[in-house]
Design a protein around this ligand. Structure first.
Ligand code: DGT
Ligand code: CA
Ligand code: CA
Ligand code: ZN
Length: 590
């Protein structure tokens, strides 16, 4: 039985392939699917049982999409999607990820040069055939060549961006948890550790009977090819070539199994050594006593801990180490320390009290109204919220000064409906090529709170990019820096900067560094976060939401912060309203 998430994933694929088919993301059909997806995401009730007619009564859902949704729920397939899949196989569709290669160009490449996959494209670049296509040239050809190398789209060691792996893993875990014999399920491996790219997805399921779980895996609509089919392990490839390993273990071994399959390998090795030092053994079944060499043949080792990860860490004299920290970079020593301050002070999702990068439909790319966006933040229990629609320098999506002043009135009105929350009239400023910002200085100073980010000029020297950021950080109207490099993981590299100089400037001007929770961004990256933590740079974890469905990103931001060892007190949006507001005014005065 399909879940709502399965349906939304189906729509995502339909959107991607229809964009190729129609040669434009602006096509009527693509927009219709996108609007339907947003409508379904925002619809408060469970719509899986709705008829086509009832589906069309949901905001944004048209008849054509409604019937596809119904077809998918009823049959597990959509005929139109199957046609598109045949027309655009994954190795061709993935070329759309390359910056500078739009759907029109892609189709032309296939028609004119018979380019069907990245190897074909690489060869065509080498033979300088791309430059002769319409709207192309030597420069764009060279760019494409570089992009292919950078994105690692090719070869055995190709990796999947976390944004593609996470929703799939979450859906699968949700589906397994719903099976009758299942007591627990979790995705493990690099995905649970919040690596930016994923080799394969490792899912561990605790069940009293593995059979139904293995059957359920084989029945999933995501299965393209089964590569391992065992009694307790099934591995399959998705249409996109991503491998999923699903292992079933007995409920009493679940903790040991998730610990083992979460890794990292280096973390496991260090833990095992710790067990050996205590005369024990650690494996995927548990932490057990070692039998003496002269023990009788039928002697059974004693199980010290196995059902939960926490019990195993505890038996080894360690505080529980959150998965994102398990990279063998000092976390075991930190967890062994008296009182384990690093672990006890580590940021948790429950510490977060506000979101400070948040869009509404005032932004061209914002999809929900101020009232809707504020309501979901209130429902999450936030104490404060900075509404930071795009500044005027962002083409199409930005707002001019007059529009921003009107927006301030709208926000002030909605503030009346939410007396328990502090709403800040903010702005996402655009950092120009040399560090200039939107509006004039006096106008910028009016905003209650600002986040300044890079949205343009990605190709400059490291020195220029660094100078550019430092100039923005030094501006007295800037409170925080959003998505530091502007990267899209696996799609577009960010700007290259001298991280030390930028961190130094953030420290000097007391400006906060954002950890953007969008899985496409996770920017600043966890390694930069860790360096910022060491220096004492203030951090802020944001969703950068453009729609009410995107607030879940806060979780990913927090996990990235954990991967960077961020203590809660260094994250400004864990502070209570008074402390946070006092900081905003004091750092602007300094
Ligand atoms: P990936 O898939 O390349 O993004 O990275 P991982 O970390 O998910 O690696 P994977 O899928 O090969 O294995 C999942 C976990 O299983 C890994 O993090 C630790 C554990 N594991 C796998 N092979 C070994 C091994 O040879 N020794 C130990 N100690 N652990 C292993
Ligand atoms: Ca893996
Ligand atoms: Ca694996
Ligand atoms: Zn934004």
């Amino acid at each position: 039985m399909a879940s709502t998430r399965d349906v939304l994933a189906m729509l995502d694929e339909l959107i991607a392939l229809t964009t190729l088919d129609e040669e434009s993301p602006q096509s009527f059909k693509v927009r219709a699917y996108e609007n339907a997806k947003l409508g379904l995401e925002s619809h408060g009730q469970d719509w899986l049982g709705y008829s086509i007619k009832e589906l069309t009564e949901i905001k944004g859902v048209g008849k054509a999409t409604a019937s596809k949704v119904r077809e998918f729920i009823d049959t597990g397939r959509v005929e139109k999607l199957e046609t598109l899949r045949a027309e655009f196989p994954p190795e061709f569709a993935e070329l759309a990820r390359i910056p500078g290669v739009g759907p029109k160009t892609l189709k032309l490449m296939r028609a004119e040069l018979d380019i069907n996959n990245v190897e074909d494209l690489r060869a065509a670049v080498a033979e300088q055939k791309i430059r002769d296509l319409p709207r192309m040239g030597a420069k764009s050809e060279e760019k494409i060549g570089k992009a292919i190398d950078r994105l690692g789209l090719t070869g055995k060691d190709r990796r999947t961006p976390i944004a593609d792996a996470m929703p799939l893993a979450e859906r699968l875990v949700e589906a397994f948890l719903a099976l009758p014999s299942v007591t627990d399920a979790a995705f493990c491996g690099s995905l649970r550790r919040m690596s930016e790219t994923i080799g394969d997805i490792d899912i561990t399921v605790a069940a009293t009977d593995p059979g139904p779980v293995m059957d359920a895996v084989r029945d999933r609509s995501e299965v393209h090819e089964i590569v391992v089919s065992g009694d307790t392990k099934t591995s399959f490839l998705t249409q996109q070539g991503l491998q999923i390993d699903v292992r079933v273990v007995a409920p009493e071994h679940f903790g040991a199994a998730t610990l083992y399959f979460t890794g990292s390998k280096a973390h496991n090795i260090a833990l095992r050594q710790r067990a050996i030092d205590r005369g024990w053994l650690l494996n995927e079944y548990g932490l057990i006593t070692k039998l003496d060499d002269d023990a009788p043949d039928d002697a059974e080792p004693e199980v010290i801990a196995s059902e939960t990860e926490a019990s195993i860490y505890q038996a080894l004299g360690l505080s529980f180490i959150p998965a994102p920290m398990r990279e063998s970079t000092g976390e075991i020593e930190a967890a062994a320390e008296d009182g384990a301050p690093v672990i006890n002070e580590l940021i948790q999702r429950s510490d977060i009290r506000g979101d400070l990068h948040y869009h509404t439909d005032r932004s061209g790319d914002g999809r929900s109204t101020v009232a809707e966006m504020v309501q979901v933040a209130a429902d999450m229990g936030h104490s404060y919220l900075a509404i930071t629609d795009h500044g005027e320098d962002l083409a199409i999506n930005g707002s001019n000064a007059e529009e921003m002043l009107e927006h301030r009135e709208v926000i002030a009105k909605i503030q009346h409906d939410h007396p328990d929350m502090t709403l800040l009239w903010g702005c996402e400023l655009n950092i120009g090529a040399t560090g200039g910002l939107d509006y004039d200085d006096d106008f910028r100073a009016l905003f209650d709170y600002t986040v300044a980010s890079v949205h343009s000029h990605f190709d400059q020297t490291v020195a220029k990019q660094t100078e550019r950021l430092v100039a923005a950080i030094a501006d007295p109207t800037v409170d925080s820096i959003g998505h530091l490099t502007g990267r899209y993981i696996g799609r577009r590299p960010g700007i290259e900067i001298d991280v030390d100089i930028v961190l130094e400037a953030l420290m000097h001007f007391d400006v906060a560094l954002e950890i953007n929770g969008s899985l496409n961004r996770l920017d600043a990256a966890s390694d930069v976060v860790r360096r910022a933590v060491e220096r004492g740079v203030k951090l802020v974890i944001n969703t950068d939401s453009h729609h009410t469905s995107e607030l879940g990103r806060m979780e990913y931001g927090v996990l990235t912060a954990q991967r960077g060892w961020a203590p809660r007190d260094q994250v400004i949006n864990t502070w209570d309203t008074d402390r946070f507001m006092a900081w905003v005014s004091s750092h602007r005065d300094s």
